[in-house]
Design a protein. Structure first.
Lengths: 292, 318
């Protein structure tokens, strides 16, 4: 009677040993855990639901920043904002946390748009790193990553060796990991960080887009993750340039498997407004559906 | 735990065989398939699954935020988001595998007519039983407004009873003065069983903005924080049910096998698990195993032998 159920068994629960847990300025941490099933199945945009501490009744969702399927690890970047992330930050290398993942619909880049622009704001940076890692393996794909942060970046930036036309003079700070991957990146902040664009990420993106010729512009697709106001500004930018745009959203979660409808956002569909669950229908959505 | 649950765990619930006394609770597991996304999770590990609250027309539900962690629990105000009974019956029920477990509909409404129409529609469907939710704290009309008034509760039950011969479970609200009196009225009106308890009303405030965190301003509190209240309510309702052999699905904060055993002792025939799944999706297997171990250790042959075995202390104060 029942048809095949492809959703079954797609999310894995693993007791994951903490391999490294680095503290960075601004209350930011990079956490690497041994979680082979999650590492194997994650795609850019996926997240995991983690136990921070047995004292807390709920898990916390964190985007996956990097994976190594061979070595079986998954890496997260998070910022301490409340009790859960504070307790998580105390967990030591060698301890184990429960990782449930990978969860969610990933970014789906259009192959006919080989100039993806990746915009990550604050703790929206992780999925952009993951996406850049995937796109760099695509032949003829030329991703450009822009990152914004109001606290120091969780890495030591270095001057980029990769020239990007349209970027203002002096805006040279780049993420070393992406440089090593030969993926151009630029950093922005309203703070006065050396080599960074001083202003909003969408203003830097606009500078770059304005410098593209018509043909190149049609090859651009925008991917973004970050605070809601940033995503709204990115959606507007995409509309102004008539570009496709995928955004990754955050909402408070309970189950993270689609069971509680706690994480829903209203989106526009052809049939009118609909409620979609950020955990399993997202977290990646078409920007036009979220910001009509 | 073996794949096949042993007969020892099986219970008879209003003539239905539940392979385990553990029931997945309404609103926590969508329409029965969501948790099967988790590798290792199986609907066969539970005796029954209560589907999301269903109304006559589709409902979009409440604005965000809808869920929020609180000490030893959480608040939720989903607002009964559901696609409406027609789509549930026509499109969702046919995708469920009724060999795996029992599926229980959870019926809500803003009017008596709506409760009646939704129950009637489910009566004409493969659903195994119908739970009437007169205790949802997150909708403006119906829900807990009906459940806190014994007259209205009885009228809802009577109305639903008239249109279904499936087992009818009334889900009682803890947000009322005399839950036992309400239960008594619902039995008279034709309720076959009870679910005790639904969430307690609560609030959390964002002190930076001085606004409630929950979009609906208030929400239902669930999880371990409510367990002692739930146990007492089960105990109180059990006093009324005993003479009529009416079973109770005890619920509210069950997180460990010991919690489940407490509810059984207090008078429950089955035990619901909701919020605890959010932390540990595979918890039902552990609860099954823990109950089984307890039965073995105490020389009991069935869960039924444990139900309603509370020995009260002699004290009479309060
Ligand atoms: C899909 C997704 C991916 C995310 N990825 C990252 C990431 O890569 N790095 C990172 O630092 N943060 C990320 N977040 C946000 C992160 O989940 C929250 O910062 C975290 O849950 C806060 O928990 P807390 O207990 O420290 O804070 P508190 O504010 O004390 O949390 C209280 C409650 O609110 C919830 N909550 C508060 N803020 C958020 C939020 N922004 N999103 C979801 N729930 C929230 C918590 O889960 C908790 O239940 C992501 C959120 C989602 C939904
Ligand atoms: C997110 C969420 C949604 C819920 N939705 C419903 C619902 O639609 N109908 C209902 O009768 N109860 C609903 N409930 C209540 C639960 O079914 C259960 O009675 C309550 O949460 C107590 O059990 P717990 O502490 O194990 O979660 C919901 C609870 C939660 C946490
Ligand atoms: S968090 Fe439960 S449905 Fe998304």
């Amino acid at each position: 009677m029942t048809t095949a159920k492809p959703h079954r068994g797609t999310i894995h629960l693993e007791d994951a040993e903490i391999l490294t847990h680095e503290a960075h300025p601004g209350g930011q941490y990079i956490l690497r855990v041994h979680s082979p099933e999650c590492a194997h199945r994650a795609a850019p945009g996926s997240f995991a639901h983690l136990t921070c501490d047995p004292l807390l009744p709920m898990r916390r969702p964190l985007s996956i920043m990097r994976t190594d399927p061979e070595a079986g690890w998954v890496e997260f970047l998070y910022k301490v904002v409340g009790e859960g992330t504070r307790l998580l930050s105390r967990r030591q290398t060698g301890e184990s946390i429960s990782v449930m993942g990978p969860i969610g619909q990933p970014f789906r880049p259009r192959p006919e748009r080989p100039r993806p622009l990746l915009l990550g704001g604050g703790v929206g940076i992780p999925p952009m790193v993951f996406l850049a890692d995937a796109l760099r393996r695509e032949p003829a794909c030329k991703p450009l990553v822009m990152m914004g942060s109001e606290v120091p970046f969780p890495f030591t930036s270095r001057p980029s060796q990769i020239l990007v036309p349209g970027i203002p003079d002096g805006v040279i700070a780049a993420m070393p990991l992406l440089e090593d991957w030969s993926v151009p990146s630029r950093l922005c902040s309203r703070q006065d960080f050396p080599g960074c664009y001083q202003g909003y990420i969408t203003d830097l993106a606009r500078d770059w887009l304005s410098a593209l010729n018509t043909q190149h512009l049609q090859e651009v697709e925008i991917f973004a993750c970050g605070p809601h106001p940033m995503l709204e500004a990115v959606a507007k930018l995409a509309r102004d340039y008539d570009l496709p745009c995928q955004v990754s959203l955050e909402e408070f979660m309970a189950c993270a498997v689609g069971g509680c409808a706690g994480c829903t956002v209203q989106v526009e569909t052809d049939q009118g407004p609909a409620m979609k669950r950020v955990c399993v229908d997202g977290p990646v959505f078409d920007a036009r559906a979220v910001f009509p | 735990m073996t794949d096949e649950l042993t007969d020892k765990l099986a219970i008879d619930f209003c003539g239905l065989r539940f392979s385990s006394p553990v029931v997945l609770l309404s609103g926590c597991v969508g329409f029965g398939e969501e948790y099967t996304r988790v590798a290792g999770f199986s609907n066969r590990d539970v005796g029954a699954i209560c589907l999301k609250g269903t109304t006559g027309a589709p409902r979009l539900g409440n604005p965000p935020h809808r869920v929020y962690e609180t000490p030893a629990g959480m608040l939720n105000a989903i607002g009964l988001q559901n696609p409406g009974v027609d789509r549930v019956v026509d499109e969702i029920l046919p995708t469920l595998d009724f060999d795996e477990t029992r599926f229980i509909a959870n019926v809500s409404g803003s009017t008596l007519e709506e409760y009646e129409a939704v129950t009637r529609r489910f009566n004409d469907s493969p659903i195994d039983a119908i739970e009437i939710n007169i205790s949802c704290p997150n909708v403006k009309e119906g829900g807990v407004a009906f459940g806190n008034d014994p007259d209205m509760s009885a009228r809802v039950v009577e109305t639903c009873r008239a249109v279904t011969d499936k087992p009818l479970i009334t889900k009682l609200s803890p947000n009322q003065t005399d839950i036992a009196e309400n239960a008594r009225r619902c039995i008279e009106a034709g309720s076959d069983a009870f679910a005790v308890i639904n969430t307690l009303m609560g609030m959390a405030i964002d002190i930076d903005n001085r606004t409630p965190v929950i979009g609906n301003n208030q929400g239902g509190l669930s999880g371990p924080a409510i367990k002692p209240i739930a146990l007492l309510k089960v105990h109180q309702v059990a006093q009324v049910c005993r003479a009529h052999a009416i079973p109770i699905i005890g619920q509210g904060g069950v997180t460990t096998p010991e919690d489940a055993i407490e509810f059984l002792i207090a008078g429950a025939s089955a035990v619901g698990v909701g919020t605890a799944l959010f932390y540990d999706p595979l918890i039902c297997r552990r609860i099954n195993q823990g109950i089984l171990d307890y039965l073995d250790q105490h020389g009991l042959n069935s869960v039924a032998q444990l139900t309603d075995t509370l020995v009260l202390n002699g004290a009479t104060a309060c």
